[in-house]
Design a protein around this ligand. Structure first.
Ligand SMILES: Cc1cc2nc3c(=O)[nH]c(=O)nc-3n(C[C@H](O)[C@H](O)[C@H](O)COP(=O)(O)OP(=O)(O)OC[C@H]3O[C@@H](n4cnc5c(N)ncnc54)[C@H](O)[C@@H]3O)c2cc1C
Length: 401
């Protein structure tokens, strides 16, 4: 353990790894990253890691565009491979969402997103395994895809470590010291570090760190389920897993190909929250959630019915798991300095924080270093809740922010 640091980042998920990485790259002095488990041992490890650029607000779109570019050029931008697969991204809109989609696409294009509208017939012509009777309109981003969350975080951390970042795993922060309204140090199970800058990047544990300095966050938690099916085991499934990442708004569902000839499915919003304690919850999934997701996959890809309607899903079920969303009141993260000098929030990813994590870390690090950030992230400040400057989304409350 070091006795003194110029900045201490708490939490080794995508938010903390990115911020610590860019603080180190900017030469902010001695930077320490403290993680109570192992690097990427929190919610990021469960992420579907979809990297889309479809957002409803300027700051979200700008962060997503920058983020996607970082994933595409990970070796240079993130310090190593992010396991990124540029398979594209598609969103399906129901009739009541058609106009909203028509309105937001030109806005996204104006901020540099490569995206275009597709009719259901155009989609089915290109991906004939898909059935879109309940879809009014789609959009398609060829430069998006999905990444490997653990590899991304490892690359960010290990490359910065080579440049001098101090990394402490199995190191729990137990308290934060302040004097005269400013941060003075961090108390850990392994000793105390004197510092004037602390970044709270603790994801679903972020509210607990906040309580150490008297900051209350408008945040709730929900257990989120995903399942993986083996494409090879699915009869009638010729090339069915060759499709982009799909946000399926009519069905509140998402799916994408998974490595090794598999597919991933997950539940979208709006739906009922499943509040859990991130420390003690069961990270498996259960039959009730599978029974919710499989019919939606079958509705989109009817050729899978001969297998997936068999007992035990015809042997195609590989595994299921669940992570925890840390959800703010407006489904946007809380990023920036709080009233206590030197104390920065960087969490509340609300189920979509992975893709924008690197771009948030980059601009937050610049802000802490007193430099002009590449993207103005001041609108993500926690003050927006008391100032009535919260965000809305084309798709209503949910992680399709
Ligand atoms: C199932 C699921 C699917 C998702 N899919 C997507 C997606 O497709 N695309 C997308 O963009 N986003 C997605 N997300 C959201 C995204 O993954 C999260 O917003 C993001 O990973 C959160 O990262 P984080 O760094 O804030 O938190 P975490 O990864 O949870 O990191 C916080 C870390 O802080 C550590 N910590 C906590 N307390 C302490 C302490 N006292 N001392 C030291 N360390 C501490 C924890 O151990 C943890 O490692 C998904 C999330 C889930 C759960």
């Amino acid at each position: 353990m070091i006795a003194k640091a110029d900045a201490v980042v708490i939490g080794g998920g995508i938010m903390g790894a990115s911020t610590a990485h860019f603080l180190t790259k900017l030469g902010v002095g001695e930077v320490a990253l403290l993680e109570k488990r192992k690097i990427c041992g929190g919610s990021t490890q469960y992420s579907a890691a979809h990297v889309r650029q479809h957002y409803s607000n300027e700051v979200g779109i700008r962060l997503a565009v920058r983020g996607a570019s970082m994933f595409r050029n990970a070796e240079e931008e993130l310090g190593g491979s992010a396991g990124f697969h540029q398979i594209g991204y598609m969103l399906f809109a129901p009739p009541e969402g058609e106009q909203g989609l028509r309105d937001i696409i030109p806005v996204q294009q104006g901020f540099g997103v490569e995206t275009s509208l597709l009719t259901p017939d155009e989609v089915m012509h290109r991906w004939p395994q898909l059935q879109l009777d309940d879809v009014a309109l789609a959009c398609y981003e060829p430069t998006s895809g999905f990444a490997d969350p653990v590899q991304t975080v490892e690359s960010l951390v290990r490359s910065a470590q080579r440049d001098g970042l101090h990394v402490f795993e199995s190191c729990e922060v137990l308290g934060i010291s302040t004097a005269s309204g400013r941060i003075t140090g961090v108390v850990t199970g392994d000793g105390e570090i004197s510092t004037g800058v602390v970044v709270n990047a603790c994801g679903p544990w972020g509210d607990r760190i906040g309580r150490m300095v008297g900051v209350d966050y408008p945040i709730t938690f929900s257990r989120e389920h995903e399942a993986i099916f083996d494409a090879a085991a699915l009869q009638g499934a010729d090339a069915f897993h060759d499709y982009p990442v799909i946000s399926d708004v009519p069905q509140c569902f998402y799916t994408r190909p998974y490595l090794g000839g598999r597919v991933l499915v997950g539940e979208g919003w709006p739906k009922k929250k499943e509040p859990v304690d991130p420390e003690t919850y069961d990270d498996g999934t259960d039959e009730a959630h599978l029974l919710g997701m499989v019919p939606k996959l079958l509705n989109r890809i009817p050729s899978l019915a001969p297998t997936l309607t068999q007992p035990n899903y015809g042997g195609a079920f590989v595994t299921g798991y669940s992570g925890v969303y840390d959800i703010t009141e407006d489904w946007y993260p809380i990023v920036g300095e709080e009233e206590i000098g030197g104390y920065y929030s960087c969490f509340g990813g609300s189920g979509h924080g992975f893709k924008i994590g690197p771009a948030i870390g980059e601009s937050l690090a610049a802000t802490i270093a007193g430099q002009e950030p590449l993207i103005d992230i001041s609108s993500l400040s926690g003050a927006r809740f008391s100032e009535g400057k919260t965000f809305g989304s084309v798709w209503g409350p949910g992680n399709r922010a």
